[in-house]
Design a protein around this ligand. Structure first.
Ligand code: NFS
Ligand code: SF4
Length: 622
């Protein structure tokens, strides 16, 4: 069986033009490429130069990522509408408080409406945010005043989610927007329509439907697969289906059927962001992150792998064929040649979920030899910004003030969001673990989402005791007082919107400046690979956050463009990009940045940096 690492090796040496971002396929006069060494072509056939080509490619990645997150948000909004209108659907409003909060943001007067009526109004208003033509996205109001004013001044407050994405595609087609700086401003508008729009709608409405996460215990790594239970692995992004699979897997009739086939139970485990969603809300185990999808199949113990959309490798059918695994697709948007398809529209989700679980159970007796690795690790996850609020001060006086106080008094130096994918171009999980280890050793509180959170969970960073052994003295003191780990798992990649809200709350709590760009915070995606990561990176930068990516960015083909996003952007939006493949150096950049912000706030007493040596690295279990 071939894996992602084999195929990655077969791609070497990779095309340098593509890696540097200077290959253009926008029209069929091309494809064109620019010679980065100035000896060959300096312009594409139409006359496009290196910065324009790099910029257009970068902008289209933002549009692609924003589209993926936002289309996810749209399907959640449709599900909420269904839940409100059809009590038979199996979906219902689980979190009334969140519903009331979102209704407030969307300007819906609860009056004497029933919960269902409010939910329907919220869903309809949320859906209208996608096709909106003018005005401002409602969730923008959650940002600090100063940030909103800056966006308005630049005329980049997103109008409608779909509109900004379409305009990005239009502007980057052959012969339209030819100024890389102008393109990047619209890229900001598009990315903001993701972070403060599509992703935020996905997160907030999922909380309404499935509950706002609060701390929960779980387990992670391939060792969570069971030798004796039917293993159903859910993989993808939209919890609309997996929530129904949770119900189906607990159905007494299904459990009876499983027993009749010789299994002792039904084990539902997750991969990628779906895993994070079901972990946060049900404590279900995580089998792994993006690069473990084929490995899960290779245990021979997966009776069904059920996928929906995003980050699903087209290699899965051939991997499944090596074993007895049934590969099942569930979204009309994501079919795979060789997989069995169940059309799951939200309307029939529960029925289809039962059918899928039945198929997995009936496949259990077909298992051949299995080889399940023993490795698994405990973890605590579920740190929504509401949960952090509550932990810091209790339900009645919850606020971010205690966090700010500890940042001001220097126990905590700052906060870093470490997020994003894994990439076979770098040693698996290593960059995440090294970076996060060094940050917490330097008293920087780390907030995580996506596959990065799964990487660090496997290394034991989400178990309070293990993490404290690595964390610095100040951070440990605070975490022990509050009872939280120094690495907070906040959810899936759309849940990066939780971090935006948390940053806004920090500004509002006072003492750390008047805008997100004043805060001693940073963002990082050490092993990124997806367009979605670029959209996330750019909405963090456009929200005022210094953001470092590992692995390399496809922008090095134009010095002018690179200078724009690595340097000039800070003067425009208060945040900027950086790229640094080495985790140790990346930690250095983040620590320096945070110290610089502390200095500016007048709270900086620089402490000696704790360098992460080989010994400390070896002590981390990976
Ligand atoms: Ni995020 Fe989630 Fe993982 Fe990367 Fe893919 S699963 S949406 S894109 S690979 S972190
Ligand atoms: Fe070449 Fe210009 Fe067409 Fe791009 S848009 S492929 S640079 S001719």
């Amino acid at each position: 069986m071939e894996t992602v690492w084999d195929r990655s090796e077969q791609q070497e040496p990779r095309c340098g033009f593509g890696e540097m971002g200077i290959c253009c396929r926008m029209c069929h006069m091309g494809p064109c490429r620019i010679d980065p060494f100035g000896q060959g072509a300096k312009l594409g056939v139409c006359g496009a130069n290196a910065e324009l080509i790099v910029a257009r490619n970068f902008c289209r990645m933002v549009a692609g990522g924003a589209a993926a997150h936002s289309d996810h948000g749209r399907s959640v909004a449709r599900t909420l509408l269904l839940a409100a209108k059809n009590p038979e659907s199996g979906y219902a409003v689980k979190d009334g408080n969140k519903l009331a909060k979102v209704a407030g943001i969307l300007g819906i007067d609860p009056g004497n409406k029933t919960k269902e009526e409010i939910a329907a109004a919220v869903a309809e208003k949320a859906l209208s945010e996608f096709g909106r033509q003018e005005g401002e996205l409602s969730f923008i109001k959650q940002a600090p005043e100063a940030r909103q004013a800056l966006w308005r001044g630049l005329n980049i407050v997103p109008r409608g989610i779909d509109r900004e994405i379409v305009e990005m595609m239009h502007r980057t087609t052959m012969g339209v927007d030819q100024e890389h700086k102008n393109l990047m401003l619209h890229a900001s508008r598009t990315a903001l329509a993701d972070g403060w729009g599509g992703s935020m709608i996905a997160t907030e409405l999922q909380d309404v439907l499935f509950g706002t996460p609060s701390p929960v215990r779980g387990q992670v790594n391939l060792g969570v697969l069971s030798e004796t239970d039917v293993n159903v692995v859910v993989h993808g992004h939209e919890p609309v289906l997996s929530e129904m699979l949770v119900l189906a897997a607990r159905d007494p009739d299904m459990l009876k059927l499983a027993e009749s086939q010789g299994a002792s139970g039904i084990n539902l485990a997750g991969i990628c962001c779906t895993a994070n969603e079901v972990l946060l809300r049900h404590g279900l185990p995580i089998a792994g992150n993006i690069l473990q999808q084929e490995l899960a199949v290779a245990t021979g113990a997966v009776d069904a792998m059920v996928v929906d959309v995003q980050c699903i490798m087209p290699s899965l059918p051939s991997a499944s064929k090596c074993f007895h695994t049934h590969l099942i697709t569930t979204s009309p948007k994501g079919k795979i040649e060789g997989a069995r398809h169940y059309d799951i529209e939200a309307e029939n989700a529960l029925h289809s979920a039962r059918e899928i679980v039945r198929e997995a159970i009936l496949n259990f007796p077909n298992r051949g030899n299995t080889e399940i690795p023993q490795e698994k690790m405990d973890l605590v996850a579920g740190f929504s910004h509401e949960a952090i609020h509550y932990m810091l001060g209790g339900r009645f006086r919850g606020s971010y003030a205690p966090l700010n106080d500890n940042i001001i008094n220097g126990r905590i130096k700052g906060v870093a969001g470490v997020v994003g994918c894994c990439n076979p171009k770098v040693p698996y999980d290593r960059e995440h673990v090294d970076l996060v280890g060094e940050l917490i050793a330097n008293d920087i509180l780390v907030v995580q989402t996506g596959c990065s959170a799964i990487s660090c969970a496997k290394a034991g960073f989400l178990v309070p005791d293990t993490a404290h052994k690595v964390a610095g003295k100040g951070l440990t003191e605070v975490c022990e007082a509050v009872g939280m780990p120094p690495v907070l798992h906040s959810g899936s990649c759309v849940d990066n919107s939780r971090i935006l809200v948390a940053l806004s709350e920090m500004v509002k709590a006072g003492g750390l400046g008047s805008d997100i760009s004043d805060l001693p915070v940073a963002g990082a995606a050490p092993e990124w690979m997806s367009e979605k990561a670029i959209s996330i990176g750019h909405y963090f930068v456009s929200s005022g956050v210094f953001t470092v990516f590992g692995v390399g960015l496809p922008v090095s083909g134009s010095e002018t463009f690179a200078r724009h996003i690595f340097e000039e952007f800070e003067a425009i939006l208060g945040g900027k990009w950086a790229v640094e493949p080495d985790a140790g150096k990346m930690a250095g950049l983040i620590i320096d940045h945070i110290n610089g912000k502390r200095e500016k706030l007048g709270i900086g007493k620089a402490r000696e940096r704790v360098l992460f040596d080989m010994e400390m690295r070896r002590n981390l279990a990976v």
